[in-house]
Design a protein. Structure first.
Length: 435
């Protein structure tokens, strides 16, 4: 069983992996914890989550995960907020932000909310959360950098800003007339506190200790009432296609039928996984310039278009050279991350713009095969399908080692590969007969 950690602007994936061997997921939203618990994970850690724009994670999802015996940890941001609300029911809260929410010292969601870049740019924070401003001002006060009156005014000015506009530059601009401001400004680059990141690391350390000792089990979990709203959420999540459902497997099967496309897609997906661990962290100006340049060059005026095509040609010359020189390393990395590969492949398909096309083709194929089977069609002969696929479709000889060929396509073996090409053969022959 795996461990799942939801993170985004607070802590990059590479930092999480320093503490835990975990599956890193984007900031949590409604349905994500239910989905993770349904996959029988070992533990769930919530750092970041969405507060607006998309529905936030439900309390009942967390309670349901704990009902299943899955310990749920929270810190730093959405995790701290939900942990403060559910600590009496068994959720494990960690860190100063959690303690402040629990004690009532802070109450507003905007204390931890922060504007960040999109997923394609790594959820890079583009502002400063209020809790980190409070922690920084308190540290400056403790070290005599600020006097109490100036500290209070800085906090009031920061709180008055909407969280999307809140960063140190805007706070300092608003505080120009305050005493000790120059001293504070000079101290700030080295003295600033990232309290959310500190709390997140503390939570990951605790999770690692508990998992090593098999601690953290949920004691006397509360049973979730199966209300109509809860049943509707479960049905919506269960019925919706996601990365491990048969629907998405069929989409990837369409790619596997074109081995050149699959190989290229696989390498880009592997590089995307590797990029989470390379430690590169672009600053705000870099992110804005990248987004502006890509939009101009690719002619993508809408945000949705930008998100879909942002990484269509994402390899720099250096990355390309590294790929060629490090083929063996890439293959090893792919093997080590096979459990995450389908998710990354689907992301690349969505960015390339081919996902909808292949999804529609997979649906048509499934419908055609169901109709054919219900009509008592003859089973496809395996050897006929094999020769047709390689010699007619790919214009090449049948490989000697079909087992290795199948595994290289991300399949479990030759039997799974035969199922794939037999279905393709039956579908294409059916289309030809109806033309």
């Amino acid at each position: 069983m795996t461990v799942v950690v939801f993170t985004g602007p607070t802590l990059p994936a590479a930092d999480v992996l320093e503490f835990l061997d975990a599956e890193i997921l984007p900031p949590v939203q409604q349905g994500d914890v239910y989905r993770a618990a349904s996959e029988n994970v070992r533990a769930i850690g919530i750092i970041d989550g969405y507060f607006d724009g998309v529905p936030s994670v439900w309390h009942k999802e967390i309670l349901w995960a704990m009902e299943l015996g899955i310990p749920v940890y929270g810190s730093a941001s959405m995790g701290a907020l939900r942990a403060a609300e559910l600590v009496d029911f068994g959720m494990i809260g960690v860190g100063r932000v959690f303690q402040d929410y629990r004690s009532g010292a802070i109450q507003d969601d905007d204390e931890v909310a922060v504007l960040h870049s999109p997923a394609e740019l790594g959820f890079r924070p583009l502002g400063t959360p209020m809790v980190s401003i409070r922690a920084t001002v308190q540290k400056a006060l403790d070290h005599g950098i600020l006097q109490p009156d100036a500290a209070g005014q800085i906090l009031n000015l920061a709180k008055a800003l909407h969280y999307r506009q809140r960063d140190w530059n805007k706070v300092l601009e608003a505080a120009l007339d305050l005493p000790d401001l120059d001293r504070f400004r000079q101290w700030l680059p080295d003295g600033a506190v990232d309290i959310k990141a500190e709390d997140a690391r503390e939570m990951l350390r605790l999770m690692a200790r508990h998992l090593d000792r098999a601690d953290g089990a949920v004691a006397d979990p509360v049973r979730v009432e199966r209300t109509l709203a809860w049943r509707e959420l479960c049905a919506r999540i269960d019925d919706a296609p996601h990365n491990n459902t048969p629907d998405h497997t069929k989409v990837l099967d369409e790619v596997r039928l074109d081995p050149k496309h699959y190989t290229g897609l696989r390498e880009r997906a592997a590089l995307r996984l590797l990029s989470r661990e390379d430690g590169y962290q672009p600053d705000k100006e870099d992110l804005m310039r990248q987004m502006s340049d890509h939009r101009s060059e690719a002619g993508l005026p809408r945000q949705a278009d930008l998100m879909r095509w942002l990484e269509d040609n994402d390899l720099t010359v250096q990355q390309y050279e590294t790929l060629l020189a490090g083929r063996a390393h890439t293959e090893a990395a792919i093997a080590a991350r096979q459990g995450q590969m389908d998710r990354a492949l689907l992301t690349e398909l969505q960015r390339s713009g081919r996902y909808a096309e292949l999804k529609e083709r997979a649906a048509r194929k499934s419908a055609a095969l169901r109709a054919s089977q219900s009509g008592g069609a003859e089973p496809t002969r395996r050897m006929q399908a094999l020769i047709w696929y390689f010699e007619t479709q790919l214009d090449r000889a049948v490989p000697d080692d079909l087992e290795s060929y199948a595994v290289a396509l991300g399949l479990t073996g030759r039997d799974r590969f035969f199922e794939l090409i037999e279905a393709e053969y039956a579908f294409c022959q059916g289309n030809a007969a109806s033309d």
